[in-house]
Design a protein around this ligand. Sequence first.
Ligand SMILES: [Ca+2]
Ligand SMILES: [Ca+2]
Length: 143
Amino acid sequence: MGNTRRFFTAAVAAFMAAALWPAAPAAADPSCPPSHHCGFVLGIGSDRHAFFNSDPDFRDNYFPSGVTVDNNIQSASNSSSGNYRSVYYYGYNYSNYNFCVNPGGRVESWELSNNGVRGDYIGQADESGSLRMIVGASAACFS
Ligand SMILES: [Ca+2]
Ligand SMILES: [Ca+2]
């Protein structure tokens, strides 16, 4: 009887764990901490800067290597827990839209155009100067 009860308890625990699994953040890219919006210096998984809020000016943001984030993001991912899309702009203060990433989505470096010159407003990689979080997904964004 004791064994049966133990088994039953274990079965219930396993069932509950399975039931809880889907409740893990539905919109979280594994390359970015939960609730954050991430930019990478090269491809996804390279040196990363994680934003928790909108940021109007990347000039005071740095990757762990010490390199400025300004005009240095080549890929991005979005682990928003509030259904916010990441909207990147060429300029500071959210001027001149560049590209966006939907909640739970990512854009790989090869998906962004790049002319090899940082900050010249040509191409999409190595061009972003600010990031705004806007509620909701958009068909215009990378997913
Ligand atoms: Ca900043
Ligand atoms: Ca460029």
